[in-house]
Design a binder for this molecule. Structure first.
Ligand code: ATR
Length: 292
C-alpha cells in the first residue's frame, strides 16, 4: 500500500481500540481493489465522541467505524441517521456526506449476511435471543425484519429484556417479541428454534461458561448462532452441537459488518467471496490462541 497526499483516510473510533482487526480487513480490501484509502484505529475516550466526529469531518476523514463505548453516544453528533440504525438505536458506521456524517448500523446486515451464508432461515421460525445488550438489539431487529414468527428475548436482568421487546414491538408495530428471564427458558414450548447467543458469556478467557447450561434447553434448537468469535467454538455452540443443532460462530458477522461498511464507503464496489475467504483465514490467524 502506497500512502500519498491523495490517500483518503478512514478508521475506527473506540476505547479501547488497539486490538481491533478492522484495519487488517479494510486495508486488504483496498489493496485488492486498488483503492487509494488507508484505515487505522483512533482511540477516543468516553465523552469525547462529539469532538472526534467534528474533528474527523474537518480533517476530511472519508468514513469511520464506531465501537464500544460510543455506538449510542455518537448518534446526537450526526447529520443524518439511516432508518435501520435509528430503530436499533445504535450506529457503528459513519459515511461522509456534503453536510456531515450519516450514521448506519452494519452489525444488523452483517449478521444477516452471515446467517444467509450459513444457510440459516428466519422466515416463520421461532427464535430465542439470549441477551439484551447492544449486540442483542441489532440481532432482534434482524430477526423481526426477516419474518420470525416469534422472538423470545431472554436476559439475566429481565427488565432489559422487557425494555428491548417493548421498544422494538412498538417501533415495528408488531407483537412478536416476548421477554423472559434467562432462567425461564423452560417456559418456551416450541421446538426447532433458532437461538442467537448475544451475551459476552463464554468469551475468551472464560471459555468454560454458557449463559444457559441446561442440556434440555438445547434440545429445542435446530440452529444456534453465537455472536462470539473468541473462541471459534463456544460452550454454547458445543452444547447446541451435541443436541443435534447446526451451529455458527460470530466471525462472519464481524467480517460482513466490515464488508457492508466498505461497500457503503465505496458505492459500486462489491467484495468477492474469494476475498472474504482470504480475510477469514487472516482473521483466524490474527486471533491466535484466542481462537481456541
Ligand atoms: P454488547 O454491546 O456486547 O451486547 P452489553 O450491552 O454490555 O454488551 O450487553 C452484555 C449482555 O451480556 C447483556 O445481555 C448482559 O446481561 P445483563 O443485561 O443482565 O447484564 C449479558 N451478560 C453479561 N455477563 C453475563 C453473565 N455472567 N450472565 C448472564 N448474562 C450476562
Amino acid at each position: 500500500m502506497k500512502i500519498s497526499g491523495t490517500t483518503k483516510v478512514y478508521g475506527v473510533i473506540g476505547c479501547p481500540v488497539e486490538h481491533t482487526m478492522s484495519p487488517m480487513m479494510h486495508n486488504f480490501y483496498s489493496e485488492q481493489a486498488g483503492i487509494d484509502m488507508a484505515y487505522t484505529a483512533f482511540p477516543v475516550e468516553e465523552g469525547r465522541v462529539g469532538d472526534a466526529v467534528r474533528g474527523a469531518y474537518a480533517l476530511h476523514i472519508g468514513g469511520l467505524n464506531v465501537t464500544v463505548p460510543h455506538k449510542q453516544a455518537v448518534m446526537e453528533h450526526l447529520q443524518d441517521i439511516d432508518k435501520d440504525a435509528e430503530i436499533i438505536g445504535a450506529v457503528n458506521t459513519l459515511v461522509r456526506t456534503e453536510q456531515g456524517f450519516k450514521g448506519y448500523n452494519t452489525d444488523a446486515d452483517g449478521l444477516w449476511r452471515a446467517m444467509q451464508g450459513a444457510g440459516i432461515s428466519v422466515q416463520g421460525r421461532t427464535c430465542i435471543l439470549i441477551g439484551a445488550g447492544g449486540a442483542a438489539k441489532a440481532a432482534a431487529y434482524v430477526l423481526a425484519r426477516e419474518g420470525a414468527r416469534k422472538v423470545y428475548v431472554l436476559n439475566r436482568s429481565v427488565e432489559k429484556a422487557q425494555k428491548l421487546a417493548r421498544e422494538l414491538n412498538e417501533k415495528l408495530e408488531l407483537e412478536i417479541l416476548f421477554p423472559l428471564s434467562l432462567s425461564a427458558w423452560d417456559k418456551i414450548e416450541e421446538e426447532h428454534c433458532l437461538a442467537v447467543q448475544s451475551t459476552s458469556v463464554g468469551m475468551y478467557p472464560n471459555m468454560g461458561e454458557a449463559a444457559i447450561e441446561a442440556e434440555a434447553f438445547y434440545q429445542k434448537l435446530d440452529l444456534a448462532f453465537d455472536v462470539i468469535y473468541t473462541p471459534l467454538e463456544t460452550k454454547f455452540m458445543k452444547l447446541a452441537r451435541a443436541a443435534g443443532a447446526k451451529v455458527s460462530n460470530g466471525l462472519d458477522m464481524l467480517i460482513y459488518q466490515g464488508v457492508v461498511a466498505y461497500e457503503l464507503w465505496n458505492p459500486g464496489v462489491t467484495i468477492s467471496g474469494e476475498t472474504i475467504d482470504e480475510v477469514r483465514t487472516m482473521m483466524i490467524a490474527g486471533l491466535g490462541g484466542k481462537a481456541g
